[in-house]
Design a protein around this ligand. Sequence first.
Ligand SMILES: [Zn+2]
Length: 493
Amino acid sequence: MKISEIFPSTLFNLPAGLNSRGEKFLYQSGILRTGETLTLFDLGVKLFQNLTEFIEDYLILTGFKKIMQKYPTFTDVVKEVTSPKQLPLFFYSFSSGGFHLHMYAIGEKKSYIINNAINYMLERYLRDMVDVGRGNEKLSKAVMIPNAPFKFFYCSSCGYSTTADYPLTYSVNTLLPGEEKPMERVYTPAKRTIKDLCEFLGIKPEEAVKTMIYKAVTEKEEEEYVAVLVPGSRNIDEKKLKVALGVQKVELADLETVERLTGAPHGFAGPCGLKGIKIVADTEISRMKNFVAGANVKDYHLINVNPGRDFEIDLLADIKETVEGDCCPVCGNRITQSEGIIIADWERVIYQSNEIEIGVLYLDNLILAMAEQHCDEQGLIWPEDIAPYKAIVIPINAKDENQINYAMKIYEELNKIMPTALDDRTQSPGVKFKDAELLGFPIRIIIGPKSLEKGVAEIKLRKTEEKVDVELDKVTEKVCEILGLPPKSDVEF
Ligand SMILES: [Zn+2]
């Protein structure tokens, strides 16, 4: 391939909104564009083909069968199973213009075939992957990239990771110190919010408890009202609340219902003296002492409220929004918020009494993550096996007939063995070198006046920047040696 024929050409001015270094290089090099959709151009298509070739070879080798589907589903396959003896079955298909690889393992008990396949395929090109928990038997495999759209929490000491809405089930057993003081009712006129209340009483939000009345709706459309308690400094996470209650839907009760159930207008609800309504408290409430809560009377709050003594908790669960600094449920250390992109999703489901392992590999995100992890200040550094072109031949001066002739000869010879590029542009050597680094060719073969005088070409490796002069008629042999390909004589017929 000649560099002058590549479309679109490399860019120096980048559009706004590109966050990561890898994304910028992919853009700059003309590998892809994101506009109305994701478009891969010449180099991107080559890269993608190399990647899918590796993936399909591996899947077929490990017993997967390829299917093609208009929409991804395993049900069509399961329908065709006539005897348990046919199981287990392993299938894969591509969707979304080939960017999503769907994998199914049907009927193998507690298998990790797909999980292992995803790990094997990804670990070849990526490092530092994180398994982010999304629920029971469900996780996303992510790579951390600053400013990327997928937010999750990460424990740097044990590697535990979860999305914000998935409960952290850690046990809280350390009671806050101090004596339980006598409960008292205090006048708090029109102090309906935690902020106003804290200002008025001169306390911190974590010394108050927020009580919200929720309507919970089960799958069978049965409705129940619950009082939900979280520390005043925290928000209720409705997704976690739904999980804790085991219901289909939760929503805040309307103001009339709040007044009917608590006996006071909105803003003065509290757990003490509530009748006929379940109290659901965040795990942290059980360790709090002498806190402030609504008195269920207009314009009044209670101080020195203590759980167990002043009210009973019916259900204790993690129902507050996860924030940075919360405890890791595995090791107890503080978790931090991280950003990244999802490379794969994995889950296990039961369908018609068959265990089905499902995996999706997002190849568009994989390319982005690879670019992010295989680059330096100058540009991309593709692993040799999936590089769109293994080598580029650069005549320093494309107007010099002698240089062009030698460059063409080497280019044509190499191209018979491996995809090779030739920089045939009349650009300055500086521009050509810069582009070659940006595009990430593993091997650069440079032909200039000085090297020709000595009868050699300079071979330069992108990964290590190592340089070696090689006699012009030994260049192909040397490149094969570097890439671990069989010597030239073995490939010719
Ligand atoms: Zn941990």
